[in-house]
Design a protein around this ligand. Structure first.
Ligand code: SF4
Length: 450
């Protein structure tokens, strides 16, 4: 007899039934996880008698391009265990409120003869009572309450704030940009009708770059992750892709097969470091200083010490350096002002969205041009001009933007610059051009000069 005993008794293998049952689903539906994720991965949801029993990744993504790796497999550990959240006994299904606040509110409402607004007002005017529930924050102590009671408390608080400070002191935010304008429309509409204001969820948890909405007037223009594969150099910072972009992370790893060089900047040896050629263990909070130093080296080596055509061409086409700004008079000196708008020039004052189109000077002709690709072009009726081609959107002529007016200018104006970090002001001579606007002749300079 062998010392290895084969288990053949069906009784001792009953645990296998768990897995057999799990696969006895009635049907499969397609879905994704719209909780706090913009991944939007496609999943097969296996359902048995209305209960999610199993989830597996969909395998029918089309190939984007023959030269790119496929999207699949797409998903993450949080997603595949999502059904556990659905049926978890810990899932929050009822309103919870800090017990201390609920007790005070009930007590004050009774004293106020059942008037919730007066009750809330009395709580706010009583320092001791406010402190009682405010100091309880962070210590748990939540209690289940009814929707009616919670909604009454919220309504009373909002009415009190509007009466005392004005409705525009009431702010709300949408949880997820990718979906909340629809699914949280009631909240957004309430704020608008009430006179409050909407914040984005970025304001709440400071996730993702705030410059996206500032620059584009909309939430994240998420870059296509498959395009990472086309990169020749990837600098990863502020993101451990395995954790934060799990379904797309494979493009980062696969890009190595395409000869991509990858450098990861992070204080810890995070998971994504394993794909990188180099790990730069920056100190926490030093990212800005690091990249300012990189900018300094690029400017010094490719522009100041030796003008490099690639650098100059890039700056002309893909940055705002050639755009003209006003120099505004302030006492005996000038300060950099706002961008010059196409609508300030007589011949362009009536063009569509003229307030949102800006100006360059053509190096060949010395004439003003309206480059394509500004916000005004994005929202034009006909479209087709929201691109980075170096062409004037009005004449369709190609042009070569002026970056500097050092050699060709109409004079030099003493201009004041503020060093925000040190709270100091410096005066520098800026070579300017004078242009004719609807408001007369004004001095302007390229952003490069300021
Ligand atoms: S990234 Fe994860 S949570 Fe988000 S949709 Fe994909 S599987 Fe679901």
């Amino acid at each position: 007899m062998s010392w290895i005993e084969d288990i053949i008794s069906p009784k001792t293998r009953q645990w296998e039934e768990f897995y057999r049952n799990r696969f006895q689903h009635d049907r499969i539906v397609r879905s994704t996880h719209g909780v706090n994720c913009t991944g939007g991965c496609s999943w097969q949801i296996h359902v048995k008698e209305g209960i999610v029993v199993w989830e597996t990744q969909q395998l029918d993504y089309p190939l984007l391009e023959n030269s790119l790796p496929p999207y699949e497999p797409r998903g993450c550990q949080r997603g595949i265990s999502y059904s556990w959240y659905l049926y978890s006994p810990l899932r929050i299904k009822y309103p919870l409120i800090r017990g201390k606040l609920l007790d005070i509110f009930r007590e004050e409402k009774e004293k106020a003869g059942g008037n919730p607004v007066i009750a809330w007002e009395n709580i706010q005017n009583d320092k001791e009572k406010r402190a009682r529930y405010q100091k309880a924050r962070g210590k748990g102590g939540f209690r289940r309450a009814s929707w009616d009671e919670i909604l009454e408390l919220i309504a009373a608080a909002n009415i009190y704030t509007a009466k005392k400070h004005g409705p525009d002191r009431v702010a709300g935010f949408s949880p997820i940009p990718a979906m909340s304008m629809i699914s949280y429309a009631a909240g957004a509409r309430f704020l608008q009708l009430f006179g409050g204001f909407n914040l984005s969820f970025y304001d709440w948890y400071c996730d993702l770059p705030t410059h996206f909405p500032e620059m584009w007037g909309e939430q994240t223009d998420v870059c296509e992750s498959a395009d990472w594969y086309n990169s020749k150099f990837i600098a990863d910072m502020g993101a451990c892709l395995n954790m934060t972009r799990t379904p797309d992370c494979h493009f980062f790893a696969e890009s190595r097969h395409n000869g991509t060089k990858a450098v990861v900047f992070s204080p810890d040896f995070s998971q994504v470091c394993k794909y990188a050629d180099q790990w730069v263990p920056v100190h926490p909070g030093s990212d800005n200083a690091f990249w300012m130093a990189v900018t300094h080296v690029i400017l010094k080596e490719f522009h100041h010490n030796k003008e490099t055509p690639y650098f100059i061409d890039y700056v002309k086409q893909y940055t705002d350096s050639p755009f003209l700004i006003h120099l505004d008079k302030e006492g005996d000196h000038y300060v950099p002002g706002r961008l010059v708008r196409a609508g300030e020039i007589s011949k362009w004052k009536d063009i569509e969205n003229s307030e949102w189109k800006f100006l360059n000077i053509d190096d060949k002709t010395g004439e003003l041009v309206v480059p394509k690709g500004a916000m005004g072009h994005r929202w034009e009726k006909n479209g087709g001009k929201w691109n980075m081609k170096l062409e004037c959107s009005e004449s369709e002529m190609a042009f070569d933007p002026v970056l500097t007016t050092i050699k060709n200018n109409d004079g030099v104006l003493q201009t004041e610059f503020v060093e925000f970090g040190l709270d100091k002001k410096y005066s520098r001579g800026v070579p300017v051009k004078y242009i004719d606007t609807e408001n007369g002749k004004v001095p302007v300079a390229t952003i490069t000069m300021c």
